[in-house]
Design a protein around this ligand. Sequence first.
Ligand code: EPU
Length: 419
Amino acid sequence: MKFVIQGGEKLEGEIEVMGAKNAALKIFPIVFLTDEKIRVSNVPDIEDCSRAEEMLLAMGHEVKKVGKGIVEIQRKSNKCVDLPEDLMNKFRASLMFVGPMLVSCGEVNFPHPGGCVIGAGTRPIDFFLDGFLKMGAKVRISENRYRITAKKLLGAEIFFPKITVTGTESLMMTAVKAYGTTVLKNAAMEPEITALADFLNSIGAKIEGAGTPTIKIQGVKKLGGGEYGIIPDRIEAGTFAILAAASKGGPITVKNCDPSHLEALWSLFDRIGVKYKLGNTEIKIFPGRGLKSSDVATHEYPGFATDLQQPYTVLMTQAKGSSLVHEAIYDRRLLFADSLTQMGANIIMADPHRIVVSGPTKLHGRKLISPDLRAGIALVLAGLVAEGKTEIDNIYQIDRGYEKVDERLKGLGADIKRV
Ligand code: EPU
């Protein structure tokens, strides 16, 4: 499947934001922490969520779609089986099942997880393993497989050498039913973590401090069931806001979002001269002429998200002056810039973590391949801004995280076809 984009159309109107992928993916493993039903709403219809649902089904549990974006999940079997290898290969968040399964089964066997190829080697999981060890588990590694066992999980003090989102969430979920108190230090502070902690607390967990660098979890014996509404996807909202800033049409309103999750982007918009208005659940962007360049360095929340670096790089090709884009979190997240260069952008790679983008430059349509999720959507943005036809292959990578993005972009007047 590929997207064929005829660039240069004037975009304007409204576009809706879906539920956050990186919040939704963390809810499915909670099935292993409670016997009761969990009803989840605002679930995005994306490939990664489908894989997480297939994972539960493959292990004998229930996943019922009861309405648009509403899914009920429940533990249906006490039998403990290995995590399905083919599904583990498809997305990194599959790793989120390990902690809860360790709590409920005392043993987990799994291969190294897949996902976007953006980090060192195959994206390490050492912080997870160190955390499980600290909580009293045993870890055996052979070739590409892991076997983790724990007769009893104990509360522990765990300091993360580097801030990790899924690491924080995994150990938080594991500690929820461990014996005693766990303190996570240098924890990640992303809104998805706060949302997860709020939900776990609503079904009986005792978590304090989520959204700060120190999270304290008092283990409890039992969790109940409940309802969880997925928060809006801040990366999607930021991506659409950046597209609006790059487009030369009329105003664009990004709806159903939480602008307070994107303060780093608004401060950059102020610097580069984008005019916008923030509401409680929407953002209106007024396309301007004469964008100025500004350097950016990605940072853990509340800093500028690494998942918005790629769309921002596209925007900088349209701004006057040079901008240094410093990708501080991942090693391979700037390689996609080569595709922008093929489209006519003036980008120099200083080192694997830094590029210099000089603009403004006209972009021209090209045949490209989506290397991963966030780079993929950035190429879509570039195709919309460019003159002529752009073809983007391997759009499974885009569908992993953006629900029917082509349909929603068409609503703004974009000429984009899925073929
Ligand atoms: N790291 C380690 N060891 C570990 C874990 C992480 O060295 O055991 C390093 C990584 O190599 C990286 C840094 O720590 O350099 C941050 O990695 P982190 O663990 O925070 O990444 P993640 O939890 O795997 C989540 C999101 C990413 C998002 C980052 C932002 C999910 C499922 N994924 O990843 O989302 O970029 O946080 O920090 O929540 C995406 O949606 O496209 C995506 C990649």
